[in-house]
Design a protein around this ligand. Sequence first.
Ligand code: DGY
Length: 323
Amino acid sequence: MSKPQVLITMKHVPEIAISLLRERFDVKICDSLIHASRTEILKEIPGKFAIFCNPSDKIDEELIKTAGPSLKVVGTMSVGYDHVDLTAMKKYGIRLGYTPDVLTETVAETTIGLLISTTRRFFEANHALKTGGWKNVTPTWMCGRGIRNSVVGIVGCGNIGTSIAKKLKTFEISQLLYTSRTEKPAVKELGGKMVTVDELVEQSDFIIISIALTEDTKFIINKERIAKMKSHAVLVNIGRGGLIDQDALIEALKKNKIGGAGLDVMTPEPLPLDSPLIKMNNVVLLPHIGSATIETRTEMAVIVSKNIIAVLDNTAMPNEVQF
Ligand code: DGY
């Protein structure tokens, strides 16, 4: 009897995760590119039981209908699932597995790195060094703002936000602010104060966006809130590009209305090379690598496989999104 089929939309998924699937499925790995195009995915999806995907793959009604009734599970290799149309998933009775928790510490580490490299201008300094800009050093050359004694605000204090807060504690900041639906005892214990988003953007020297993208949080950082930020404020986004009104951010950065931005996520992804963000010295851009360590990505991939297998076995997934 032929095995059910899984489509993996990306290359170089750790072999351990693929082997797990191969024991139970016929595995098709999209092969035209490192990451499959929408066209390739739509061509390959008919008849599949599962799709092993990531946030670059839009999982919508068109894809689900193209797959047909065999499709039972979407396994996304991410904690975020804003790329998945939950209404369509529900309509067709498809389950969704994701990968929370395993990536928390890695994303929090990336955030701290992005925060420091943005405020201390590491990439700009590195570029200057490599292109002959390191000449007569004056005391004010390549200076940034320190994190010590500053007010840091975290928008969205889930697991990742809480881990960022713990790491920041060692930086001797003067005040930690955060937003959340409910007070977080662990963050309160660190001295964190829960405030509104407006209070946070007004009072913080560093603003870290670490919240899931939903209808409610789209453009949570909009033109009005950017206008409330301190003129030296540094904005760091490790959530999703859609959390920020990027045009308003570009405008503010161009006019030096805020100090800078460190973005691991942006709109669209990949960012076109003609985006004004690319030329800005006060912006550090990373290609959505928040969880990109070998260990974490391997664990994530294994969880995706286990989530998919659980649906075949009709058992509880290690990590299922309830909707
Ligand atoms: C996630 O897991 O949602 C990260 O953004 C990586 O894609």
